[in-house]
Design a protein around this ligand. Structure first.
Ligand SMILES: CC(C)(COP(=O)(O)OP(=O)(O)OC[C@H]1O[C@@H](n2cnc3c(N)ncnc32)[C@H](O)[C@@H]1OP(=O)(O)O)[C@@H](O)C(=O)NCCC(=O)NCCS
Length: 506
């Protein structure tokens, strides 16, 4: 029998009336994809398509039946071919052709992409999000509080998955599990719309962002294919204390929502989110905080990314998205030139002995903001102490030995896809800058110099906290990318970016 693709009922348990099996060819393709080979081309023999299955079933036919089929085939030769399995068709094309098609689809916006602006979002129906405890667009919010009740009754059993898949809990203290997660993310995580860049994470980065003090393996939810245990879906919840206006809450920060490319648009996301919410509630977390570049119901705050080129020539060569240079190259290079060395006396990398002082500086500064993390000394040690190729923190030590200022940024790699010269690009992202003795613009300029010396090509910052006080002066330019902040099961008035004191590295 010819099975169609996955339906909504197959992945979204709330709606399921009957379990709809996966199209067999799709499962076969996922099973056949070697874990570590990036190439999407595979020999046909590995792919069990629906057409193959039909051919097999027809194998027992009699000779006359075969002859009459042959004749029929000849007679039908003029007829247009029936619809071929689109995935099989795509697979038969060269890697280059596949990339071209994907780029064209993005350019012509034929993909089912989510809205990036509020006006587009208001015209859209969110079948899943409308069932979730989040504020609706246009809700008049009069008081702060949970959207749904206290969740006294937590579902005991995991949400059901379509046949052939099962839940797993990833223990990231196991190096092999960590590298499996790297492989999933590095092949399937965020790409630029025109398919030219893809984020790429190393194991140390994942350890940093997913395993802070008190991390919970239970909230690292994964979906695997039963037959070969291949990882095809992931979502993480990381415990944190945050303050939202006057309320302090223990929440999970949601990170790394990712669905394997071949299982996209099949409603796996709602199941991942529901399952994470269930597991989090089991652990007593009723709220979550998360960010996304797309508009969902309903942003608490919408912030913009700003970019400061560190290696302009390379950024132009790779056609870095959103980089607008309105002058000739020589002038632009001159304009973006940075000093060779830092200028602030006493600036040095942070060390373990500085942790308590950094904690005090950062926490005091954060008090100004309506949404902010409540960090323990252990959190600061984990989040801000320098780690090679992941996070850099510098402090300024005054003549009397007191630490007066701190600046911190993390770095992420992006793979540059299909470029003849460049294979990677490194982005520094500002975490926190707090100054009590040094001019903040000067401190940030030093941070740019240091980020460049660490091999970063660009420095990115959000217009959160007090960042707008130095962005323009230091030649950051606003990009067309936004980052929206969301709360799950919490309602409160929305806030401008300068009231946001939380940065959530992926
Ligand atoms: C984001 C991603 C998981 C969505 O998967 P998908 O196959 O396109 O979507 P699905 O069919 O599984 O689910 C669709 C539902 O998920 C929601 N959804 C999609 N992306 C979402 C996101 N980033 N955050 C929350 N919900 C999201 C959609 O709004 C939709 O629900 P709706 O009917 O209420 O609108 C997938 O595109 C992916 O892995 N992308 C690369 C990594 C990435 O961008 N992660 C998100 C970082 S914020």
């Amino acid at each position: 029998m010819h099975c169609c693709g996955l339906s909504v009922a197959g992945w979204e348990p709330g709606r399921a009336t009957a379990r709809v099996p996966l199209r067999p060819s799709l499962l076969a393709e996922i099973r056949a994809t070697p874990q570590s080979t990036p190439s999407r081309r595979r020999p046909h023999s590995l792919v069990m398509t629906d057409a193959d299955a039909e051919k097999k079933a027809a194998g027992a036919e009699s000779e006359p039946a075969k002859r009459s089929k042959k004749k029929q085939k000849k007679d039908d030769a003029w007829r247009p071919e029936g619809r071929r399995d689109p995935i099989a068709l795509l697979e038969s094309l060269s890697e280059e052709k596949q990339q071209e098609i994907q780029t064209a689809l993005h350019l012509f916006s034929l993909g089912a992409s989510l809205p990036k602006t509020m006006s587009e979002a208001k015209k859209r129906t969110y079948r899943f999000w409308e069932t979730q405890p989040v504020p609706k667009f246009g809700d008049a919010i009069t008081a702060d509080g949970p959207v749904a009740g206290d969740g006294a009754c937590v579902r005991k059993e995991p949400y059901s998955l379509p046949q052939g898949f099962s839940w797993d809990t990833l223990d990231l203290s196991s190096p092999s599990t960590l590298s499996e997660l790297c492989a999933l993310l590095n092949e399937n995580y965020l790409e630029e719309d025109d398919n030219t860049f893809r984020l790429s994470f190393c194991a140390e980065y994942l350890r940093w962002t997913l395993q802070p003090p008190d991390w919970l393996a239970h909230c690292h939810c994964a979906v695997r294919v039963n037959s070969n245990q291949k990882l095809v879906g992931f979502i993480a919840g990381v415990p944190a204390d945050i303050r939202i206006y006057e309320t302090q809450k223990r929440v999970v920060q949601v990170k790394f929502l990712c669905v394997h490319k071949k299982l996209r648009l099949k409603r796996m996301t709602p199941v991942l989110i529901r399952e994470l919410a269930r597991r989090a509630r089991q652990q007593g977390f009723l709220q979550a905080v998360y960010t996304a570049g797309v508009v969902l119901p309903t942003p608490l705050s919408s912030c913009s990314y700003w970019h400061r080129p560190l290696n302009l020539r390379k950024l132009l060569e790779v056609n870095y998205p959103g980089l607008r240079v309105k002058m000739n190259l020589q002038r632009a290079l001159k304009l973006n030139r940075l000093p060779e060395a830092t200028k602030t006396p006493g600036l040095r990398p942070a060390a373990k002995a500085d942790v308590e002082r950094i904690h005090s500086l950062v926490q005091t500064n954060l008090c100004k903001f309506h949404l902010r993390p409540v960090l323990s000394v252990q959190d600061v040690e984990h989040l801000l102490l320098p780690r090679d190729n992941v996070v850099d923190t510098y402090v300024v030590e005054g003549p009397d030995g007191t630490v007066t200022d701190v600046v911190s940024f993390y770095s992420v790699w992006s793979k540059v896809l299909n470029h003849p010269v460049h294979s990677g690009l490194r982005e520094a992202h500002l975490l926190y800058v707090v100054s009590t003795a040094t001019d903040q613009v000067e401190l940030m300029e030093d941070a740019l110099v240091l980020a460049k010396s660490k091999g970063n090509d660009i420095f990115c910052a959000l217009d959160v906290m007090d960042n707008t006080t130095f962005l323009e002066q230091l030649k950051f330019s606003i990009s067309d990318r936004s980052l929206h902040y969301y709360l799950y099961n919490w309602m409160c008035p929305n806030m401008s970016p300068d009231k946001v004191g939380l940065v959530l590295p992926n």
